[in-house]
Design a binder for this molecule. Structure first.
Ligand SMILES: *Cc1c(COP(=O)(O)O)cnc(C)c1O
Length: 432
């Protein structure tokens, strides 16, 4: 269930009217629902409860400290991809012993930092990395827990920029090479082979590719688990969410029903995968990001101008591709709704930002309610890969972020002051 819905004419986040927040905190503004985050985590956690498991929330999808703390309080582990993300988890009060460290380019200093903090496992993506982890662990007189990321070479049926489980991608080690890699890694004295990991892509909207990948690696996992006494199998993240509720439900006013759910439900996911996973007797790790944070956040923006030129209507808003790059980067669809509904019919519009790029748009030729200067719009499903991918392009300050819980509202990140953007810069001495 989502906690963004209309009560009367106004869009609410939980028990708080969004228009009041936009006026009070300014725009562009990210608003997150703590209840939605909690609900998504718990649904998945409960669905997997028949097996020993740990949900490791993917920090890169939304790494705000309040989001991390919400999940840490629920007992979540964390999937991290950099030393910076580990520092964030620590700053948020998360447990490093519940962290798994992924990524193809871990540096020596990141490995050392993670070893000193006793992360649960490094998910290694190459033999060179295994050797490097072994070397750093030897220097620290430690044994490093590792898993290797297997690339099962299955097509994830998703956007090319977010598929990761085929041999065209830089991720993991080819399925056929894995046994050899484990045999050689077993001879490295400062490694402990703790598990096997995979992650085939993002925004998968059916269970089929997950099932296909799990089926493919099962015999390999059984073999490795026996030979090397593995403790876990991570089946990665990638669970997709509904971005086009109107299309998915056939009802444009889906929020009225409060029944908008993820196409790929935790129950459906678990029902297909548990029968395969349970007999392994291993601990199962999951690495969901978008599934937990995606529909827990919206981006609120103010209409600055409505410009009609030729056949087109451009709704120019104060948010831009630097705040939410998904439409420009992935051709992503975000539902756009008025924060306050009015009568007045619909008109085909392009919602665009003020950045000097043709790619700076949120939608094109989409029938939207008529709006005017000063109205607020909300881009839905903006909780994952939204703020975290923001930049300062065009010297635009990073947006503010709010956390809402029931009637409570708090700033989870202050709006960035403009001067901060160039605070590390200098006019070099010879120019003065
Ligand atoms: C990005 C990533 C995830 C999370 O992906 P979602 O699609 O947000 O669930 C999980 N595991 C790894 C290794 C990743 O790189």
């Amino acid at each position: 269930m989502h906690d963004f819905r209309y009560l009367g004419r106004k869009l609410y986040c939980e028990d708080v009217a969004v228009d009041a927040l936009a006026r009070r905190f300014g725009t562009p503004l990210y608003i997150y629902s703590q209840h939605t985050l909690t609900d998504h985590f718990q649904k998945l956690d409960r669905a997997m409860s028949p097996v020993d498991h740990l949900v490791c929330y993917s920090v890169k999808s939304n790494s705000n400290l309040s989001i991390l703390r919400t999940l840490a309080n629920l007992g979540s582990g964390f999937d991290i991809v950099s030393g910076g993300e580990l520092q964030r988890v620590l700053a948020a009060g998360g447990d490093p012993r519940r962290c798994i460290f992924a990524g193809v380019g871990k540096t020596e200093s990141e490995i050392e930092f993670a070893l000193r903090r006793n992360v649960y496992s490094f998910n290694a993506e190459s033999e060179a990395e295994l050797q490097r982890i072994n070397r750093v662990a030897a220097r620290l007189k430690q044994i490093a827990p590792v898993a290797v990321r297997v690339n099962p070479n299955v097509a994830a049926q998703t956007h090319a920029k977010i598929t990761t489980g085929t041999y065209e991608n830089k991720f993991g080690i080819a399925f056929e090479q894995i046994e050899g890699v484990y045999a050689r890694a077993a001879r490295l004295k400062h490694l402990r082979l703790r598990g096997l990991q995979m992650h085939i892509g993002s925004q998968l909207t059916s269970v089929a590719p997950f099932e296909q990948a799990v089926r493919k690696v099962l015999p390999l996992v059984r073999q490795l688990a026996k030979t090397h006494e593995l403790e876990f199998l991570s089946i990665g993240g990638g669970l997709g969410i509904v971005y086009q509720p109107a299309l998915a439900s056939g009802r444009p006013e889906w929020w009225k029903t409060a029944a908008a759910t993820n196409i790929l439900t935790p129950a459906g996911y678990a029902a297909r995968l548990l029968p395969l996973l349970q007999p392994l007797g291993l601990k199962i790790l999951l690495e969901p990001g978008r599934f937990i944070s995606g529909n827990a956040g919206i981006l609120v923006t103010r209409v600055e101008y409505v410009k009609r030129t030729g056949p087109k209507t451009f709704v120019i808003v104060d948010a831009a591709m630097n705040d939410l790059i998904r439409p420009a980067f992935y051709d992503a669809y975000h539902e756009i709704v008025p924060v306050m509904r009015r009568r007045g019919g619909h008109i085909k519009s392009d919602v665009v930002g003020p950045i000097c790029e043709s790619g700076d748009y949120f939608c094109k030729d989409r029938p939207l309610p008529r709006v005017g200067e000063g109205d607020y719009l909300a881009l839905l499903s903006a909780g994952a890969y939204g703020f975290v991918m923001a930049s300062n392009y065009n010297t635009r300050p990073l947006a503010a972020e709010l956390l809402v819980s029931g009637r409570r509202v708090a700033v989870a990140r202050e709006r960035q002051p403009a001067e901060e953007i160039w605070s590390g810069e200098k006019v070099v001495a010879w120019l003065r």
